[in-house]
Write a protein of this length. Sequence first.
Length: 348
Amino acid sequence: MSAQLVGPRTRPVAIWLLMGVFMIMGQVWLGGVTRLTGSGLSITQWDPIMGAIPPLNHAAWEKAFQLYQQTPQYQLENRYFTLQDFKRIYFWEWLHRLWARAMGLVFIVGFVIFLVQRRFTRSMVIPLVILFLLGGLQGLVGWIMVKSGLVGEHTRVDHIKLAIHFLTAMILLVYTFWFALLLLIRSDQRITAPSLRKWLWLCLFVLVIQLAYGSFMAGLHAAMAAPTWPDINGRAIPPGLWHDNPLLSNLVNNVLTVQFIHRLLAYLLFILLFIAGWKAHQAPKPSLLYRTSWLPFGIACLQIVLGVLTVTHSQIHIPIGWAVSHQFVGMLLLLSLIWMFFISRRPA
């Protein structure tokens, strides 16, 4: 799409897309709360239409509870649950799914309104179709993830499927944000900075791996394996990093190794973002690039602080407030990098 899309005609579309960005971030935040409260497996069926309505009477609640009682999570972990306990975890999963339905409704209603108003240009058709498909894919991956925790002896969803679910959400988030920027930022507000973009690519590569390992941390509750900082259970390099067989499985299944890699990536990203911020600060002073040059680095500093607080407060259980804040700021860090990418290159 060209810079000619920026203007009064498309500005409401951009606001609509930014609303989608906010709702995606809210959905991921709710997903974090759902996971940390052990609520993700409370609803055992996927009903896209009628599933928006929670049980409305005692008999309906009893039926939903009976379905949950057949899951490995209940059989192996939560046999002490009463109906009231079940209602508590049901609420978060239901709200998580309801928010997803609300996102779909906002997309459809906005699409119809702007179609009638003729605010879409031809060059926006394919991106809108891709946006719709990404949203559908996210829902499908989410249900595949939930099913992984309803079979065998699993009491949680598979952490690798959790990472895939999270990363597909990040793809949807980035795509929606980029689409909005195309409709908001004029070409003369962007400058060419090829040397900076090389560092931004490196930062983005490391960040994507870091986000995946953050999902592994969440799915495995790996923070509880070493709730200390800056050491790891009193050691710089703790024993037990390579105890699992086969050896490579330690990279994704060993809770201590996962946390060790997650920490190393954080330190590496800290250094890379400082270099990128310094390079961006060399841009001409009136430019957007100069004024926001240190934004990713500043967010990364906050992200590290929240990560340390999450780990050091995970002796007995993972603190929900710190953990979901850590995850939310991680999304802000990703969006800040995308912002830097966007404004550091003029459109062809």
